[in-house]
Every structure is written in C-alpha cells, then in structure tokens.
Design a protein around this ligand. Structure first.
Ligand SMILES: [Zn+2]
Length: 460
C-alpha cells in the first residue's frame, strides 16, 4: 500500500520546495507537484516541513564494559525509542570491544544488543582500543561486513592507544578509504591533573573541567591532525568543544588537509558554570570533553554557521544521577562520564539554531542528516528525501512549543542536562523506511529498526 504525503515543504541541505512525496514499501518512489492519489493513502501534511530522518553519528546507547564497570542507564531499546520519537531514524553507535577481544566478537555483541530491539535503523563505528596483527587484519573484515568507520581514543587508559598505533591504524584504514574518528584529549595530562587535584583534596565536580582544559583537547587535536597528515588520511574529530581546537583545524585545512569536525548540542547550549551548581548537581554534567566557556560556545556556533563544523551528533551516554553519578560523591574522578541527549538534539538545534536565526533549516539538515550520511557512507540511502532513497521522513511541525523535562522524556535516565529548557517545533510524525513509527509525537511502532550495510563507494 503506497502513501502520498501531500502539501508539505521538503527540505534538503541545499533548498526547500513544496512538493508531494509518494512512498511505496520502504522507498520514496515519486516526487512532484499536485500528484494524484492514484490508489495511495493520502496524508495531508500542508503547513509542515518534510525533513530527511535525522542521523546521530555518535551514540553509546548501551555500554557495559564487563566486570566491575557500570552499565549505561539506557539500552538499545530505550535509547533508540527516545531517538526515533523525536525524528532520529538512524544511529551510528560506538561498538566498543573489551581488551583482548576481536572486532568480530565486538560486532556480534553489538548485533546482539541492537537486533530486534532498535526502534531506529543502526550501524556502528568499530572502536580500536589496542593494535596488533589480528586487529589489523580485521579492518578489512569489518569493511566487508558493512562497517566502514572506526573510532580510536587518545584519552581513557582502558581505551587509548599510542600515537604510533594510531598512525599504523590510519595507514591501514586509508587503504580502503574508510573513516576514522578520534577522541582527542591528552590522556597523560588528564591523569596528571586528576592525581594532583585528588592529592590536594579537591574532589568536587567543580574540578572535573579543570583536569581537562582546552589545551588538553587542542594539543591532542593538533597531534592527531599531524599524524593524519603523515598517514595521508582524511579524518573526523568527534565532539570537538573548544575554540583552540577549531583553530588547530583551521591551520590543518589551510595546509589542504581534509578534516571533518563534529560537535554536540551540549557544547552549543550549555556551559561550564553548571559544574558549580548546588550540592552534587554538577555531576550531571560530567562528560569528556567537559562543558566549556561561553567564548568556546561562541566559537563553535561561528563554526556551525560558517561550515567549519561539519556535523552535530550527541555522544549520548546516559548514567543515572542517583546510584550512578553519585558513586563519585566524594571524588569527582569516579563520576561515570557521559550525558543523555539522543532524544533532544533535533529540538535543541531547531530552537537555538534555526529559530534564533543563527542557521537556516537547510543548514540544520546538513548538520543533522545529509552531511552525516555523506561522511559515513549512508548517502543517498539516508540523508535526503529523493526518489529511490529510504522513506525516512520527519513531518516537522514548526509551530509548537515545549519544555524539556526529565519527567516526560523517553530516555531511560533520571535526569536530563536540558531540564526546563524551552523548545520550539517538534517531530509530529516519523516514517522509518516507509512505515509510520511515530504519530502525534508518540511512538506507535517500536523495534522496527534494522542494520544498515554501508559501502564506501557510496560516499564520495
Ligand atoms: Zn563518545
């Protein structure tokens, strides 16, 4: 049974136009003005925007790295449902192996988490947390099974690798023109500063951002880009959060390096005064990189506006305030790092970016969907409303107002960093591969997501 979406305004990263859209099965099959019903079920969407389903290229929907560590508050089921309810139809989750396990085993583990549980489509970035001949051999194996992007870390002792290992991994990844994203912070410096504050008895959340100042990130960004230049690999910087890092990116680009920059809503709409909230409230905002100063926020917005920032994803990684964040009550360095956000990204960027006049709706589509799809080999299956693309369509109502609240959110976590923030616009309904999965803001069909096989030839 085909569906005709009639009278809406279709928006891409380049333009908007009033055009009818016919969906048949999982695909968009026809677009044009004044299309006739021709047997299709007609849905009147006049007055609404038709946006390509949003893609979140940085989530940790479900993380539980074994013995002694703590699992995230969300799992694939709750996180993906919260995502799709607000218009995110695809996530690229961070598949993270434990030390000693193969990438294949990690892939199986992530498939086990996602399969049959996800309410949006999904794929993964495969994390490389150690480097040896068998991991090296698995790079191609991953690409052969549709995993075309990788993640590495320069901080976190259980995840980071040496510069030489990053360099070797880059050279292997380059053979296949796959994508690498790196968490850029100087792990040694972070460890030193944590040890110093702890020794001095400075243990409240106030000290978290002071252990990871902008120079910690900017140094790592600069080093990462130099290594990438030596390896000849275009690279992605995940969750870039400071002005100084952006300046390092500008320098690299001035030398003709291809660099992709991701930032996250928390660095655009929140700032570091929140670490000084009453009691232990600051723990809610403990994530790495930490929230930054207003001057960094301004520089990031400038980057979003002028194209220096390519994409906005969330780094969703949820831990409850009670029972989980409170583990670090007497020592900020024990607070689990991460914040929820997969649910709130579209409304936040629409409200604080589009309705304030900072960016156009077209630019928002690039940042949240089209450019992500292009960067990560999902385009044109995802990221655009056009014939033959997947019918992942958000019917966006621009004329609503709301307030973000922990009590009404779908994310399975006991707080939201955006609590009380006002929003405008929302996903009225959402189609996932032709199936209506959200109606009047409510998820009406869950667990309909599937794994998306990516091929590198699809990108550039
Ligand atoms: Zn992350």
């Amino acid at each position: 049974m085909s569906i005709l979406l009639k009278g809406g305004t279709v928006v891409s990263a380049k333009a908007r136009r009033q055009v009818d859209v016919r969906i048949d099965g999982e695909k968009i099959v026809e677009m044009g003005t004044n299309l006739t019903a021709a047997g299709s079920t007609v849905e009147d969407v006049s007055g609404y925007f038709l946006l390509p389903g949003f893609i979140d290229a940085h989530t940790h929907l479900e993380l539980n790295n074994g013995k002694g560590s703590m699992g995230t508050a969300d799992n694939f089921y709750t996180g993906s449902k919260a995502a799709v309810a607000k218009g995110t139809t695809t996530v690229i989750d961070m598949a993270t192996p434990s030390k000693g396990s193969s990438l294949q085993d990690c892939l199986k583990a992530w498939d086990h988490l996602a399969q049959g549980n996800s309410s949006c489509d999904y794929t993964y970035h495969m994390s490389i947390i150690e480097w040896n001949p068998s991991i090296k051999a698995e790079i191609k194996e991953m690409i052969d099974v549709g995993i075309t992007s990788f993640k590495m870390y320069m901080a976190y002792d259980n995840l980071r690798t040496k510069d030489a290992e990053i360099f070797e991994a880059m050279r292997e990844i380059r053979k296949y023109q796959a994508m690498l994203g790196v968490h850029c912070e100087n792990g040694d410096m972070v460890n030193e500063m944590i040890a110093q504050f702890v020794a001095e008895g400075k243990l409240s959340p106030h000290y978290h951002p002071l252990t990871r100042p902008d120079s910690v990130e900017a140094e790592a960004v600069e080093r990462y880009l130099m290594i990438a230049d030596l390896a000849g690999l275009p690279v992605n910087i995940v969750h870039l959060s400071t002005k100084r890092s952006l300046e390092a990116v500008k320098r690299a680009r001035a030398c003709n390096q291809k660099v992709y920059v991701e930032t996250c809503p928390q660095y655009l709409v929140l700032d570091d005064h929140l670490y000084d909230g009453p009691g232990f409230e600051g723990a809610k905002y403990v994530c790495s990189p930490p929230l930054r100063r207003i001057c960094d926020q301004d520089a990031l917005w400038d980057g979003v506006i002028n194209g220096q920032v390519n994409t906005i994803s969330t780094d969703h990684c949820s831990f409850n305030f009670n029972e989980q964040k409170t583990i670090g009550k007497n020592d900020f360095s024990k607070i689990p790092n991460g914040m929820p956000g997969v649910e709130t990204r579209p409304e936040l960027i629409y409200t604080y970016g589009v309705t304030t006049g900072k960016i156009s709706l077209e630019r928002m589509i690039g940042l949240l969907s089209e450019d992500i799809a292009k960067q990560f080999a999902l385009y044109p299956q995802k990221g655009i409303i056009q014939v033959d693309s997947d019918a992942d369509i958000v019917i966006w109502d621009p004329n609503t107002a709301g307030v973000i609240s922990a009590t009404t959110q779908l994310q399975n976590v006991d707080y939201t960093p955006y609590d009380g923030m006002q929003t405008k616009g929302h996903a009225r309904s959402v189609y996932l591969r032709g199936q209506k999965v959200v109606e009047h803001g409510q998820v009406i069909a869950e667990r309909q997501g599937k794994f998306i096989f990516r091929k590198i030839s699809k990108t550039h």
